[in-house]
Design a binder for this molecule. Structure first.
Ligand code: GLN
Length: 483
C-alpha cells in the first residue's frame, strides 16, 4: 500500500478498496519502523491523523469525493499547526505550539488530507543539506551516508522512502526543487504569491513560497490544487483564479519551445549530470518539443545577490525571536540585554547566526547602498533576462543541481561551497517564477533532477511537460533499496 501515489490512493478510496484509516495505520507503522534510519520527522501526529482519517472515511461514506479526501500527507515543520509543536528545525522554537493553522494547513485539512506529522528541515529553512536542524541531520534513502538536500529534506526523504505519498515544502532559494532532485522526487515551487505564506514561519519574505513534493507530476498537481489560492491574510497573495492543474496534464508537447540557457553548462556542472540533462532534452524532442539555445547573461550574479537579500530579510524576520515573545528563553537573565543576547545566542544555531550577522551588516547604514540596493538591482536584471527569454520560448530547461547528493558533513566547514549548489534554483526565486524539478536519471546510484521554469502562473505548463515526460520515462518510479 505504501507504493501508492496520491492519484492511486484517491482511486482506491473511491472504489472502497481500502479506507483512509487502514492506509493511515499502515503508513504510521512504516514510519515507526523505518524513520529511525532517516530522521525525516520532527513530530508525529498519530492521534490527529487517525481522527482526520476516520472523518474522511465518514465524509466519503456520505457521498463526498475529492482527490485529497483521506490522503495522508505531512507538513514541513515551518507551517504553523494549531496546538502542535512548530519548531522550524530550531532549538529557538522547540517549545513552540502554534496557536493557529497556516492557511496551507487549514486548506489541506478542509480538503480532507490526513496529517501524519511534521517533517525535519534545516533550521529556519537555511541550508541545502538538512544538516543544520536542531533535531539532527536527515539521511538520503538512496544512500544513508549522503544528504537528502534541504531545506525541505525531511519531506523529501520521507516521500522518497515511501513513508507517505506526498508532503509540503517551502522554497526560498531551491528548498523544494533541490531536495526533490537529490531524492528522485518531483517538486514544484509555485509563482510567488500563488500559495499563501500566512502561518509559514518567514525566512526571506520576498522569496519564500510553499509547494508540493511528491513522486509524480500528477501528484504535485493534486497537492498544489489544495494549497494554491488567494488569501486575504497574506498581502502578497495574488487574487487570480486557480486553474484545474490535473486537467492541464494531458496537453500535447507538439511545438513546445524549450529554451536551454548556454550558461547552465559551464565548468561547475558535473559532466555526468550534463549528459542526463541532454538525454531528457532528447526525450522531450521525441514528444514534439523544439529546442532553442538561449542566454541568461546575469545568472553569474545570482548567488551573491541572493546571499545578500535572503540574509537581509532573515535578519529582520528573525528579530522577533527575542526570548520574550516566542520560544526559547535563557536561564536566569541578569538584565534585558543579557536576556536578548543569551536567548538568541543559545537558541539559534551557527548557520542562522551567520546569516543574521551578514544580513544586519548588509542593511546597516554604511553598507545598504553598496550591498542591499545593489543586490536588488541585480535581482531586476535577472528578472529582465527571464522576461526576454520567455518572449522566445515557453519553458526553460536545465539541471536542478550541479552535483548529486554529497556525503553528510562534506560541506560543513565551507558554507560557500554549499551556497554554490543553489546556482540553478535561486534565480527563479529572485524573479518570482514557478519552477519544477523531476527525476532524470542516476549518477553513482544517486538521483539527478532536471529543472523546468515557466512564465508567471504557468504551473500547469510545468506539470504538463513533467507528466508527459513521466509517461515516457520510468526514472520517477525507481524505489531506493531497503524502502
Ligand atoms: N539553500 C538555500 C539557502 O540556504 C535555499 C533555502 C531555501 O530555499 N529555504 O538559503
Amino acid at each position: 500500500m505504501h507504493q501508492l501515489t496520491l492519484a492511486e490512493i484517491a482511486r482506491g478510496l473511491a472504489d472502497k478498496k481500502f479506507s483512509s484509516e487502514e492506509l493511515t495505520k499502515v503508513l504510521l507503522a512504516r514510519i515507526a519502523q523505518l524513520d529511525p534510519q532517516l530522521n525525516s520527522f520532527i513530530s508525529l501526529t498519530e492521534d490527529l491523523a487517525l481522527t482526520q482519517a476516520k472523518a474522511a472515511d465518514a465524509r466519503r461514506a456520505n457521498g463526498e469525493s475529492g482527490a485529497l479526501l483521506g490522503a495522508p500527507i505531512a507538513h514541513k515543520d515551518l507551517f504553523c499547526t494549531q496546538g502542535i509543536r512548530t519548531s522550524c528545525g530550531s532549538k529557538m522554537l522547540d517549545n513552540f505550539k502554534a496557536p493557529y493553522d497556516a492557511t496551507v494547513v487549514a486548506k489541506l485539512a478542509a480538503a480532507g488530507a490526513v496529517t501524519l506529522g511534521k517533517t525535519n528541515m534545516d533550521e529556519f529553512a537555511m541550508g541545502s543539506a538538512n544538516e543544520s536542524s536542531y533535531y539532527g541531520a536527515v539521511k538520503n534513502p538512496w544512500n544513508l551516508e549522503h544528504v537528502p538536500g534541504g531545506s525541505s529534506g525531511g519531506s523529501a526523504a520521507a516521500v522518497a522512502a515511501r513513508l507517505l505519498p506526498a508532503a509540503t515544502g517551502t522554497d526560498t532559494g531551491g528548498s523544494i526543487r533541490q531536495p526533490a532532485a537529490l531524492t528522485n522526487l518531483t517538486g514544484l515551487k509555485p509563482t510567488y504569491g500563488r500559495v499563501s505564506r500566512w502561518g509559514m514561519i518567514a525566512y526571506a519574505s520576498s522569496l519564500d513560497q510553499g509547494g508540493p513534493l511528491a513522486r509524480t507530476a500528477e501528484d504535485c498537481a493534486i497537492l498544489l490544487q489544495g494549497m494554491a489560492g488567494f488569501d486575504q491574510n497574506d498581502s502578497t497573495s495574488i487574487d487570480e483564479p486557480v486553474p484545474d492543474y490535473s486537467a492541464s496534464l494531458n496537453g500535447s508537447l507538439q511545438g513546445l519551445r524549450i529554451g536551454v540557457p548556454k550558461e547552465y553548462f559551464s565548468a561547475g556542472l558535473d559532466p555526468r549530470i550534463a549528459e542526463l540533462i541532454h538525454n531528457s532534452i532528447k526525450e522531450l524532442e521525441k514528444l514534439g518539443a523544439v529546442i532553442k539555445e538561449i542566454s541568461l547573461p546575469n545568472m553569474q550574479h545570482a548567488i551573491p545577490a541572493y546571499y545578500v537579500i535572503a540574509p537581509a530579510e532573515a535578519s529582520s524576520n528573525l528579530s522577533r525571536f527575542d526570548g520574550v515573545r516566542f520560544g526559547y528563553r535563557c536561564e536566569d537573565p541578569k538584565n534585558l540585554e543579557d536576556l536578548y543576547k543569551r536567548s538568541r545566542g543559545e537558541g539559534f544555531g551557527t548557520e542562522v547566526q551567520r546569516r543574521i550577522m551578514v544580513g544586519a551588516y548588509a542593511l546597516s547604514a554604511g553598507y545598504y547602498d553598496a550591498y542591499y540596493l545593489k543586490a536588488q538591482k541585480i535581482r531586476r536584471l535577472i528578472k529582465n533576462d527571464f522576461m526576454a527569454a520567455f518572449n522566445e520560448v515557453d519553458i526553460i530547461l536545465g539541471p536542478t543541481t550541479p552535483n548529486p547528493a554529497w556525503k553528510l558533513g562534506a560541506k560543513n566547514s565551507d558554507p560557500v561551497a554549499a551556497y554554490l549548489e543553489d546556482v540553478y534554483t535561486i534565480t527563479a526565486n529572485l524573479a518570482g517564477l514557478p519552477g519544477l524539478s523531476m527525476p532524470a536519471g542516476f549518477v553513482d546510484g544517486l538521483p539527478v533532477g532536471v529543472q523546468l521554469l515557466a512564465p508567471y502562473f504557468q504551473e500547469g505548463r510545468l506539470l504538463n511537460v513533467a507528466h508527459q515526460y513521466q509517461l515516457n520515462t520510468d526514472w520517477h518510479t525507481r524505489t531506493p533499496t531497503g524502502f
